[in-house]
Design a protein around this ligand. Structure first.
Ligand code: HEC
Ligand code: HEC
Length: 306
Protein backbone atom coordinates (compact mmCIF):
# COMPACT_ATOMS: atom_id res chain seq x y z
CA UNK A 1 0.00 0.00 0.00
CA UNK A 2 2.64 2.29 1.17
CA UNK A 3 4.83 1.32 -1.77
CA UNK A 4 1.98 1.89 -4.23
CA UNK A 5 1.19 5.15 -2.59
CA UNK A 6 4.80 6.02 -2.86
CA UNK A 7 4.88 5.19 -6.56
CA UNK A 8 1.63 7.11 -7.08
CA UNK A 9 3.05 10.07 -5.20
CA UNK A 10 6.11 9.80 -7.24
CA UNK A 11 4.07 9.66 -10.43
CA UNK A 12 2.01 12.58 -9.27
CA UNK A 13 5.16 14.42 -8.39
CA UNK A 14 6.55 13.66 -11.81
CA UNK A 15 3.43 14.75 -13.60
CA UNK A 16 3.26 17.96 -11.59
CA UNK A 17 6.93 18.45 -12.29
CA UNK A 18 6.36 17.80 -15.99
CA UNK A 19 3.40 20.16 -16.03
CA UNK A 20 5.32 22.80 -14.20
CA UNK A 21 8.29 22.28 -16.46
CA UNK A 22 6.04 22.71 -19.45
CA UNK A 23 4.54 25.76 -17.80
CA UNK A 24 7.94 27.18 -16.95
CA UNK A 25 9.15 26.32 -20.43
CA UNK A 26 6.22 28.18 -21.92
CA UNK A 27 6.87 31.19 -19.69
CA UNK A 28 10.56 31.03 -20.44
CA UNK A 29 10.07 30.90 -24.16
CA UNK A 30 7.51 33.69 -23.94
CA UNK A 31 10.01 35.71 -21.95
CA UNK A 32 12.73 34.88 -24.45
CA UNK A 33 10.40 35.95 -27.23
CA UNK A 34 9.74 39.22 -25.41
CA UNK A 35 13.42 39.85 -24.76
CA UNK A 36 14.09 38.82 -28.38
CA UNK A 37 11.54 41.40 -29.54
CA UNK A 38 12.94 43.94 -27.12
CA UNK A 39 16.47 43.27 -28.33
CA UNK A 40 15.30 43.67 -31.92
CA UNK A 41 13.54 46.91 -31.02
CA UNK A 42 16.64 48.20 -29.23
CA UNK A 43 18.83 47.33 -32.19
CA UNK A 44 16.40 49.00 -34.65
CA UNK A 45 16.45 52.05 -32.41
CA UNK A 46 20.25 52.04 -32.37
CA UNK A 47 20.39 51.81 -36.17
CA UNK A 48 17.87 54.64 -36.50
CA UNK A 49 19.74 56.94 -34.12
CA UNK A 50 23.09 56.13 -35.74
CA UNK A 51 21.60 57.21 -39.08
CA UNK A 52 20.13 60.36 -37.51
CA UNK A 53 23.53 61.19 -35.99
CA UNK A 54 25.20 60.96 -39.40
CA UNK A 55 28.02 58.77 -38.01
CA UNK A 56 28.35 56.72 -41.20
CA UNK A 57 29.08 59.67 -43.52
CA UNK A 58 32.02 60.93 -41.45
CA UNK A 59 33.38 57.60 -40.27
CA UNK A 60 33.43 55.94 -43.71
CA UNK A 61 35.91 56.76 -46.44
CA UNK A 62 33.12 56.59 -49.02
CA UNK A 63 35.16 58.10 -51.87
CA UNK A 64 37.77 55.36 -51.64
CA UNK A 65 35.20 52.64 -50.97
CA UNK A 66 36.41 52.12 -47.41
CA UNK A 67 34.60 49.69 -45.08
CA UNK A 68 31.57 51.22 -43.32
CA UNK A 69 32.46 52.91 -40.00
CA UNK A 70 36.15 51.95 -40.32
CA UNK A 71 37.17 55.62 -40.59
CA UNK A 72 39.91 57.18 -42.71
CA UNK A 73 37.70 59.84 -44.24
CA UNK A 74 39.57 63.14 -44.63
CA UNK A 75 37.87 66.25 -43.26
CA UNK A 76 39.43 69.48 -44.50
CA UNK A 77 39.28 72.38 -42.05
CA UNK A 78 41.07 75.74 -41.78
CA UNK A 79 43.37 74.05 -39.23
CA UNK A 80 44.42 71.14 -41.44
CA UNK A 81 43.04 67.73 -42.38
CA UNK A 82 41.48 65.40 -39.83
CA UNK A 83 41.08 61.70 -40.55
CA UNK A 84 38.16 60.03 -38.83
CA UNK A 85 38.94 57.01 -36.61
CA UNK A 86 37.69 53.44 -36.89
CA UNK A 87 34.49 53.02 -34.82
CA UNK A 88 33.83 49.36 -35.66
CA UNK A 89 34.10 46.93 -32.70
CA UNK A 90 37.62 45.78 -33.60
CA UNK A 91 39.40 45.49 -30.25
CA UNK A 92 42.80 46.70 -31.44
CA UNK A 93 42.10 49.35 -34.04
CA UNK A 94 38.45 50.21 -33.34
CA UNK A 95 36.35 50.74 -30.21
CA UNK A 96 35.71 47.06 -29.40
CA UNK A 97 37.18 47.31 -25.91
CA UNK A 98 35.28 50.46 -24.90
CA UNK A 99 32.93 50.38 -21.92
CA UNK A 100 29.62 52.24 -21.85
CA UNK A 101 31.30 54.88 -19.73
CA UNK A 102 34.15 55.30 -22.25
CA UNK A 103 31.63 55.78 -25.01
CA UNK A 104 29.46 58.29 -23.12
CA UNK A 105 32.52 60.28 -22.04
CA UNK A 106 33.75 60.43 -25.64
CA UNK A 107 30.55 61.22 -27.45
CA UNK A 108 28.91 63.47 -24.86
CA UNK A 109 31.90 65.15 -23.24
CA UNK A 110 34.64 64.97 -25.90
CA UNK A 111 37.19 63.13 -23.74
CA UNK A 112 38.90 59.87 -24.79
CA UNK A 113 39.41 56.76 -22.60
CA UNK A 114 43.06 57.91 -22.30
CA UNK A 115 41.78 61.20 -20.86
CA UNK A 116 42.70 63.24 -23.90
CA UNK A 117 40.50 65.92 -25.40
CA UNK A 118 38.93 65.28 -28.77
CA UNK A 119 38.98 67.95 -31.45
CA UNK A 120 35.62 69.50 -32.25
CA UNK A 121 35.88 68.16 -35.83
CA UNK A 122 34.08 65.34 -33.97
CA UNK A 123 30.76 67.05 -33.24
CA UNK A 124 30.58 65.96 -29.60
CA UNK A 125 29.67 69.63 -29.12
CA UNK A 126 26.20 68.65 -30.44
CA UNK A 127 26.07 65.04 -29.23
CA UNK A 128 26.53 66.28 -25.67
CA UNK A 129 22.82 67.07 -25.79
CA UNK A 130 21.87 63.45 -26.48
CA UNK A 131 20.29 61.39 -23.71
CA UNK A 132 22.49 58.60 -22.29
CA UNK A 133 19.86 56.12 -23.43
CA UNK A 134 20.08 57.24 -27.06
CA UNK A 135 23.89 57.36 -26.99
CA UNK A 136 24.05 53.81 -25.60
CA UNK A 137 21.59 52.57 -28.23
CA UNK A 138 24.04 53.91 -30.83
CA UNK A 139 26.88 52.13 -29.04
CA UNK A 140 24.96 48.82 -29.12
CA UNK A 141 24.39 49.25 -32.82
CA UNK A 142 28.08 49.92 -33.48
CA UNK A 143 29.17 47.01 -31.26
CA UNK A 144 26.99 44.64 -33.29
CA UNK A 145 28.76 45.55 -36.56
CA UNK A 146 31.41 43.31 -38.09
CA UNK A 147 34.76 44.40 -36.65
CA UNK A 148 37.14 45.82 -39.25
CA UNK A 149 40.89 45.90 -38.59
CA UNK A 150 42.09 49.25 -39.87
CA UNK A 151 44.65 51.45 -38.14
CA UNK A 152 43.68 55.07 -37.60
CA UNK A 153 45.45 57.60 -39.74
CA UNK A 154 47.21 60.49 -37.98
CA UNK A 155 45.62 63.92 -38.42
CA UNK A 156 47.53 66.32 -40.62
CA UNK A 157 47.27 69.52 -38.59
CA UNK A 158 50.04 71.80 -37.52
CA UNK A 159 50.96 73.05 -34.06
CA UNK A 160 49.57 74.62 -31.99
CA UNK A 161 46.20 73.40 -33.30
CA UNK A 162 47.36 69.79 -33.05
CA UNK A 163 47.99 70.08 -29.30
CA UNK A 164 45.13 68.26 -27.68
CA UNK A 165 45.69 69.82 -24.28
CA UNK A 166 45.03 73.27 -25.77
CA UNK A 167 41.45 72.10 -26.28
CA UNK A 168 41.11 72.79 -22.59
CA UNK A 169 41.01 76.52 -23.36
CA UNK A 170 38.83 76.10 -26.44
CA UNK A 171 36.28 74.14 -24.44
CA UNK A 172 36.14 76.85 -21.83
CA UNK A 173 34.91 79.33 -24.46
CA UNK A 174 33.00 77.22 -26.93
CA UNK A 175 31.75 74.02 -25.33
CA UNK A 176 28.62 73.81 -23.23
CA UNK A 177 28.08 70.37 -21.74
CA UNK A 178 24.51 69.01 -22.43
CA UNK A 179 21.66 68.18 -21.85
CA UNK A 180 19.16 69.38 -24.44
CA UNK A 181 16.69 71.91 -23.09
CA UNK A 182 13.66 72.56 -25.33
CA UNK A 183 12.60 76.18 -25.86
CA UNK A 184 10.06 77.27 -23.26
CA UNK A 185 6.44 76.74 -24.37
CA UNK A 186 7.60 74.39 -27.13
CA UNK A 187 4.96 72.00 -28.49
CA UNK A 188 5.88 68.30 -28.39
CA UNK A 189 6.77 68.45 -32.08
CA UNK A 190 9.01 71.51 -31.68
CA UNK A 191 10.71 69.95 -28.64
CA UNK A 192 11.34 66.69 -30.53
CA UNK A 193 12.50 68.61 -33.62
CA UNK A 194 14.87 70.70 -31.50
CA UNK A 195 16.34 67.57 -29.95
CA UNK A 196 16.87 66.01 -33.38
CA UNK A 197 18.43 69.19 -34.82
CA UNK A 198 20.61 70.11 -31.86
CA UNK A 199 21.59 66.76 -30.37
CA UNK A 200 21.57 64.30 -33.26
CA UNK A 201 21.49 65.62 -36.82
CA UNK A 202 23.78 68.54 -35.78
CA UNK A 203 22.55 70.94 -38.49
CA UNK A 204 24.25 73.82 -36.64
CA UNK A 205 27.72 72.30 -37.05
CA UNK A 206 27.51 73.40 -40.70
CA UNK A 207 24.72 76.00 -40.83
CA UNK A 208 25.98 78.19 -37.97
CA UNK A 209 29.03 80.33 -38.83
CA UNK A 210 32.28 79.82 -36.89
CA UNK A 211 34.79 82.34 -35.58
CA UNK A 212 38.54 82.18 -36.35
CA UNK A 213 39.04 79.62 -33.56
CA UNK A 214 36.39 77.33 -34.93
CA UNK A 215 33.78 78.06 -32.25
CA UNK A 216 30.18 78.43 -33.46
CA UNK A 217 28.76 81.96 -33.29
CA UNK A 218 25.45 81.29 -31.60
CA UNK A 219 24.15 84.81 -32.23
CA UNK A 220 23.90 83.62 -35.86
CA UNK A 221 22.39 80.22 -35.01
CA UNK A 222 21.59 78.40 -38.30
CA UNK A 223 21.97 81.68 -40.24
CA UNK A 224 24.49 80.24 -42.73
CA UNK A 225 28.05 81.01 -43.72
CA UNK A 226 30.00 81.78 -46.88
CA UNK A 227 32.97 79.68 -45.74
CA UNK A 228 31.71 76.47 -44.24
CA UNK A 229 33.64 73.20 -43.97
CA UNK A 230 35.67 72.38 -47.10
CA UNK A 231 35.07 75.98 -48.29
CA UNK A 232 31.39 75.43 -48.99
CA UNK A 233 28.67 78.06 -48.92
CA UNK A 234 26.10 76.96 -46.39
CA UNK A 235 22.69 78.67 -46.66
CA UNK A 236 20.71 80.44 -43.98
CA UNK A 237 17.97 78.06 -42.77
CA UNK A 238 16.29 80.37 -40.27
CA UNK A 239 12.74 81.42 -41.21
CA UNK A 240 13.85 84.83 -42.54
CA UNK A 241 11.87 85.46 -45.76
CA UNK A 242 14.57 87.47 -47.50
CA UNK A 243 17.79 85.58 -46.73
CA UNK A 244 16.59 82.32 -45.12
CA UNK A 245 13.92 79.73 -45.86
CA UNK A 246 10.96 81.74 -44.53
CA UNK A 247 8.99 81.10 -47.71
CA UNK A 248 9.43 77.30 -47.55
CA UNK A 249 6.41 75.47 -46.13
CA UNK A 250 6.92 72.74 -43.54
CA UNK A 251 6.05 70.30 -46.34
CA UNK A 252 8.83 71.80 -48.52
CA UNK A 253 11.34 71.23 -45.71
CA UNK A 254 10.17 67.65 -45.18
CA UNK A 255 10.37 66.70 -48.85
CA UNK A 256 13.79 68.38 -49.16
CA UNK A 257 15.13 66.30 -46.26
CA UNK A 258 13.68 63.15 -47.86
CA UNK A 259 14.98 63.44 -51.40
CA UNK A 260 16.97 66.66 -51.76
CA UNK A 261 14.46 68.37 -54.03
CA UNK A 262 14.15 72.11 -53.41
CA UNK A 263 10.87 74.00 -53.82
CA UNK A 264 12.27 75.52 -57.07
CA UNK A 265 13.03 71.96 -58.33
CA UNK A 266 16.76 72.48 -58.00
CA UNK A 267 18.73 69.50 -56.67
CA UNK A 268 20.83 69.69 -53.54
CA UNK A 269 24.62 69.46 -53.78
CA UNK A 270 27.73 69.11 -51.68
CA UNK A 271 27.77 67.94 -48.10
CA UNK A 272 24.01 68.48 -47.70
CA UNK A 273 23.46 65.77 -50.30
CA UNK A 274 25.39 63.40 -48.03
CA UNK A 275 23.40 64.53 -44.99
CA UNK A 276 20.19 63.75 -46.86
CA UNK A 277 21.24 60.40 -48.31
CA UNK A 278 22.82 58.96 -45.14
CA UNK A 279 20.82 60.67 -42.44
CA UNK A 280 17.63 62.67 -42.91
CA UNK A 281 16.15 60.44 -45.68
CA UNK A 282 16.18 57.59 -43.14
CA UNK A 283 14.04 59.48 -40.61
CA UNK A 284 10.33 58.85 -40.09
CA UNK A 285 7.81 61.34 -41.50
CA UNK A 286 6.91 62.25 -37.95
CA UNK A 287 10.51 63.15 -37.06
CA UNK A 288 10.98 65.11 -40.29
CA UNK A 289 7.78 67.04 -39.58
CA UNK A 290 9.13 67.75 -36.08
CA UNK A 291 12.39 69.12 -37.56
CA UNK A 292 10.38 71.31 -39.95
CA UNK A 293 8.18 72.59 -37.09
CA UNK A 294 11.30 73.41 -35.07
CA UNK A 295 13.00 75.24 -37.96
CA UNK A 296 9.85 77.33 -38.41
CA UNK A 297 9.83 78.17 -34.70
CA UNK A 298 13.36 79.61 -34.32
CA UNK A 299 14.03 83.37 -34.59
CA UNK A 300 14.46 84.56 -38.19
CA UNK A 301 17.92 86.10 -38.75
CA UNK A 302 18.65 88.36 -41.69
CA UNK A 303 22.06 87.18 -42.89
CA UNK A 304 22.90 87.27 -46.55
CA UNK A 305 25.45 84.65 -47.64
CA UNK A 306 27.62 85.94 -50.46
C1 HEC B 1 31.56 65.69 -38.89
C2 HEC B 1 32.21 64.40 -38.86
C3 HEC B 1 31.87 63.43 -37.76
C4 HEC B 1 30.62 62.94 -37.43
C5 HEC B 1 29.28 63.31 -38.03
C6 HEC B 1 30.84 61.96 -36.40
N1 HEC B 1 32.16 61.86 -36.07
FE1 HEC B 1 32.99 60.63 -34.70
N2 HEC B 1 34.78 61.56 -34.97
C7 HEC B 1 35.07 62.49 -35.95
C8 HEC B 1 36.48 62.87 -35.85
C9 HEC B 1 37.21 63.85 -36.75
C10 HEC B 1 37.02 62.15 -34.75
C11 HEC B 1 38.45 62.24 -34.21
C12 HEC B 1 38.56 63.38 -33.23
C13 HEC B 1 39.94 63.52 -32.61
O1 HEC B 1 40.88 62.83 -33.03
O2 HEC B 1 40.09 64.33 -31.69
C14 HEC B 1 35.92 61.34 -34.23
C15 HEC B 1 36.03 60.47 -33.15
C16 HEC B 1 35.04 59.60 -32.72
C17 HEC B 1 35.22 58.64 -31.66
C18 HEC B 1 36.51 58.36 -30.89
C19 HEC B 1 37.18 57.15 -31.49
C20 HEC B 1 38.57 56.90 -30.98
O3 HEC B 1 39.15 55.86 -31.34
O4 HEC B 1 39.14 57.73 -30.24
C21 HEC B 1 34.02 57.98 -31.52
C22 HEC B 1 33.68 56.87 -30.56
C23 HEC B 1 33.12 58.55 -32.48
N3 HEC B 1 33.76 59.54 -33.20
C24 HEC B 1 31.81 58.14 -32.64
C25 HEC B 1 30.90 58.79 -33.46
C26 HEC B 1 29.50 58.49 -33.49
C27 HEC B 1 28.82 57.41 -32.68
C28 HEC B 1 28.93 59.37 -34.37
C29 HEC B 1 27.46 59.52 -34.73
C30 HEC B 1 26.55 59.73 -33.61
C31 HEC B 1 30.00 60.19 -34.90
N4 HEC B 1 31.18 59.82 -34.32
C32 HEC B 1 29.83 61.19 -35.84
C33 HEC B 1 34.19 62.99 -36.87
C34 HEC B 1 32.83 62.75 -36.88
C1 HEC C 1 27.81 68.65 -43.31
C2 HEC C 1 27.26 69.98 -43.33
C3 HEC C 1 25.76 70.13 -43.24
C4 HEC C 1 24.91 69.61 -42.28
C5 HEC C 1 25.26 68.73 -41.08
C6 HEC C 1 23.59 70.07 -42.63
N1 HEC C 1 23.62 70.84 -43.76
FE1 HEC C 1 22.03 71.66 -44.71
N2 HEC C 1 23.22 72.34 -46.18
C7 HEC C 1 24.60 72.22 -46.23
C8 HEC C 1 25.10 72.78 -47.48
C9 HEC C 1 26.55 72.83 -47.93
C10 HEC C 1 23.96 73.24 -48.19
C11 HEC C 1 23.93 73.88 -49.57
C12 HEC C 1 23.59 72.80 -50.55
C13 HEC C 1 23.55 73.25 -51.99
O1 HEC C 1 24.12 74.29 -52.30
O2 HEC C 1 22.97 72.52 -52.84
C14 HEC C 1 22.79 72.95 -47.34
C15 HEC C 1 21.49 73.26 -47.69
C16 HEC C 1 20.39 73.10 -46.85
C17 HEC C 1 19.05 73.56 -47.15
C18 HEC C 1 18.61 74.30 -48.42
C19 HEC C 1 18.49 75.76 -48.11
C20 HEC C 1 18.45 76.66 -49.32
O3 HEC C 1 18.06 77.82 -49.14
O4 HEC C 1 18.84 76.24 -50.40
C21 HEC C 1 18.26 73.23 -46.07
C22 HEC C 1 16.77 73.50 -45.91
C23 HEC C 1 19.11 72.55 -45.13
N3 HEC C 1 20.40 72.49 -45.63
C24 HEC C 1 18.68 72.06 -43.92
C25 HEC C 1 19.48 71.32 -43.05
C26 HEC C 1 18.99 70.67 -41.87
C27 HEC C 1 17.56 70.75 -41.36
C28 HEC C 1 20.04 70.03 -41.31
C29 HEC C 1 20.03 69.12 -40.09
C30 HEC C 1 19.07 68.04 -40.18
C31 HEC C 1 21.20 70.26 -42.16
N4 HEC C 1 20.83 71.05 -43.20
C32 HEC C 1 22.46 69.74 -41.90
C33 HEC C 1 25.41 71.61 -45.26
C34 HEC C 1 24.93 70.90 -44.16
Amino acid sequence: MCGVAKVKDWERFLSIKAASLLFCGAILSATLAITGAEAQEASDKGAYLTAAGGCYGCHTNIKEKGAPFAGGRPLETPFGTFYTPNITPDRDTGIGSWSDKDFLTAIKHGVSPLDQYFFPAFPYTSYTKMTDEDALAIKSHLMALTPVTQENRKHDISAPFSWRWLQWGWRLFFFTDGPYVPPSNASDAVARGGYLVEALTHCGECHTPRNFLGGTDNSLYLAGTANGGEGEKVPNITPDTETGIGDWSEGDIVSFMKDGMMPDFDNVQGSMEEVISHSTSKLTDEDLAAIAAYLKSIPPINNKIQ
